[in-house]
Ligand binder design. Structure first.
Ligand code: NAD
Length: 394
């Protein structure tokens, strides 16, 4: 019997809607930011979507700086350079503008610029976050330009520890952006590969949160509606990037995934994190590859829940029907069915597989998987994703 005791955290102020980016100067004033550092990635920095946003700041005569040295899957040297730019320019807040990579790095710059301990001391382990000086954390405005990670409503940033090739989650409640501007118009230029990968990330967040054990009916409710939104809108956004209604629903689903995953994540993420850290693959796309294998592996623990979810989403055939729907969605979005399909020329010997399985079982998300993720299970899932065979398939 699940113990009916839990801790619930819900997101921040979200100004949601197409065209609301024009409220940026007003949002800065509300957050008390007079001199922001605009953090984005180098690809986005060159696109009209960034230029038109900066123009809003110019028109409002807001003094600002731009920092765009952000890798996809950001690393410590990106953070060090960002902190140096923040301190040098004497900025008093951050506008984090972009996909999960730029949002996370922007949040981490605002968090870490005023701290004296190394960032790794604030990893999301126990109460390590209490080591930080909360008064030194600068306010953040988050503006997502992808619809996947939900980092805009999250209290953590992900950064790769290069020496150990591990993605670390840095957590502090004050890393939650003061204001989010969720303007789906900003996502209309996303190319199909990124639309698919980020959208599948939102689905992975909702699905793993829903399947995680523990008592959190609010997270469960949010996750279920998020999953419905993805099934109904991701294929539309993929087929026509300018479909603002589909883009808007995907932006909601992304934020809903991050709100829901405070309940927990699972083995999709435990396996995807080491693969992302070792092969620099897109996070959401990697989650998408692992999704049906992990679902099938967890069957025994989640079959009833998935049947309820399928009924709500109008997916026929109970658990098997749901897995078929996931596989079809992936196919329609041109998501590779196997890891070698994702990573060209992939060759994994026994030692490499063993390393990935070791990393997966100690990943902080592993504890949320409804079936215990042992090393044997992680190795089996890795083989399934390499060979393209679901549990029970010969
Ligand atoms: P991303 O931020 O790495 O961006 C991917 C690419 O899309 C980049 O080249 C970028 O320039 C481009 N792009 C972004 N917006 C665009 C637009 N509107 N038009 C055209 N191109 C655009 O991808 P992502 O999937 O959003 O984020 C992945 C990162 O987020 C990973 O580092 C992952 O670890 C992290 N993450 C964080 C959380 C969290 O809770 N903080 C959750 C999941 C993932």
């Amino acid at each position: 019997m699940t113990k009916l005791v839990s801790k619930w955290n819900y997101p921040t102020t979200v100004r949601f809607g197409a065209g609301r980016i024009k409220e940026l100067a007003d949002a800065l004033a509300e957050a008390g930011i007079k001199r922001p550092l605009f953090v984005t990635d180098p690809g986005l920095a060159k696109l009209p979507v960034a230029a038109s946003t900066l123009k809003i700041l110019d028109t409002a005569k807001v003094p600002y700086g731009v920092f765009s040295d952000v890798k996809p899957n950001p690393v410590e040297s990106n953070l060090a350079a960002g902190i140096s730019a923040f301190r040098k320019g004497k900025y008093d807040g951050v506008i984090a503008f972009g996909g999960g990579s730029a949002l996370d790095l922007g949040k981490l710059i605002a968090f870490q610029a005023g701290q004296t301990r190394p960032v790794w001391d604030f990893e999301d382990i126990g109460d390590w976050w209490t080591r930080a000086n909360p008064d030194a954390i600068a306010p953040i405005i988050a503006i997502p330009t992808t619809a996947g990670t939900g980092s805009e409503v999250g209290r953590a940033g992900v950064i790769t520890h290069e020496a150990s090739h591990t993605k670390k989650v840095i957590f502090h409640p004050k890393m939650l952006p003061a204001i989010v501007i969720a303007d789906p118009q900003l996502t209309t230029g996303m190319p199909p590969f990124i639309t698919a990968g980020t959208g599948m990330d939102a689905l992975a967040h909702c699905l793993e949160a829903y399947c995680a054990p523990g008592y959190h009916p609010m997270a469960d409710g949010i996750a279920v509606e998020g999953i419905r939104l993805v099934f109904e809108n991701l294929p539309r956004a993929f087929a026509n990037g300018k479909d603002l209604t589909a883009r808007a629903h995907m932006m909601s689903a992304a934020a809903m995934g991050a709100a829901a995953f405070q309940k927990g994540l699972g083995a999709i993420h435990s396996l995807s994190h080491p693969i992302g850290a070792l092969y620099d693959t897109h996070h959401g796309m990697t989650n998408a590859v692992f999704m049906p294998y992990v679902l099938s592996f967890n069957r025994e623990a989640i079959e009833d829940k998935i049947a309820r979810l399928s009924a709500y989403c109008g997916i026929k055939g109970g658990f098997d029907g749901f897995v078929r729907a996931v596989v079809k969605l992936r196919r329609d979005l041109k998501v590779p069915h196997t890891l070698p399909g994702l990573i060209k020329g992939l060759e994994m010997d026994k030692k490499r597989k063993s390393l990935i399985a070791d990393m997966a079982v100690v990943d902080p998300t592993a504890g949320g998987n409804p079936v215990k993720l042992t090393k044997k299970a992680a190795l089996m899932l890795l083989d399934s994703a390499i060979e393209g065979k679901l549990a029970g398939e010969s």
